[in-house]
Design a protein around this ligand. Sequence first.
Ligand SMILES: NC(=O)c1ccc[n+]([C@@H]2O[C@H](COP(=O)([O-])OP(=O)(O)OC[C@H]3O[C@@H](n4cnc5c(N)ncnc54)[C@H](OP(=O)(O)O)[C@@H]3O)[C@@H](O)[C@H]2O)c1
Length: 262
Amino acid sequence: MTQTPHSPAITLSGGVAMPLVGFGTWQLRGRRGYEAVRFALETGYRHIDTATMYGNEGEVGRALTDSGIDRGDVFITTKLPSGAAGRERATIDASLRALGTDHVDLWLVHWPPGGRARPEVWQELLAAAGRGLARAVGVSNYSVRQIDELIGATGQAPAVNQIPWSPPRYDPRVLAASRERNVVVEGYSPLKGTNLRDRTLAEIASRHGVTPAQVVLRWHVEHGIPVIPKSAHPERIAANFDLFSFALTPEEVARIDGLSRR
Ligand SMILES: NC(=O)c1ccc[n+]([C@@H]2O[C@H](COP(=O)([O-])OP(=O)(O)OC[C@H]3O[C@@H](n4cnc5c(N)ncnc54)[C@H](OP(=O)(O)O)[C@@H]3O)[C@@H](O)[C@H]2O)c1
């Protein structure tokens, strides 16, 4: 792991640094979406997660331009809708236009198209990376078996698999299998997937003087798992990034891992 001024980062295969804490933007559209992304950037987030399907790439692009922050200092992820399989080039061109940039940092296949791995779609993402349109490429919502299919067909593993991840969904076998293949597991729905009133989380949170949500997000960081919490509210956007003034002990991490076995 390397350190950036804003959040620790993980290095993806290919050498691209991805900040471990990013801002999720699903359901943040229009003025509200623009303002949330502006506020997240002001707070210090340097990693924004969007997707063609979210209908907010324009707002993300405008927020970034208006923030005055250098494009090169912000890690942007967008995603190919599974329904756009076969129209990869036109889709990334439209994403780049909306985002106001000539490349994204990470482009993902949003879901396995039709529930299948579809290596020919993956090949198109690799081609886009080859043309410099994406610094890294990966997938989302793929199983390890489907990732093996992509590797078998192209010899190249996705840099990232973005999947639901939270204490109740902690799965050390998926993590180990992904790491063996050099695939970084990125977690989504960290808070939605968790009972924030859980007694173990409440106890650990009060020991550190933070909230259970911050404990959950810090637990991702302790595992080296990139995490992309979404909020429309400034105080939560700020709290969800305020994760670097405390750390969990190995014993606390193990207790939170154990929530998946309840
Ligand atoms: N690849 C995929 O298929 C996929 C699927 C789902 C999500 N994602 C990505 O992952 C991001 C995060 O996932 P998500 O949006 O599903 O869920 P999430 O970030 O786990 O949770 C968001 C929900 O939690 C609330 N919240 C935020 N901060 C909170 C806090 N500190 N305390 C209590 N509640 C809090 C938010 O409400 P308020 O907004 O009202 O604060 C919102 O209702 C998405 O935005 C998207 O970028 C990807």
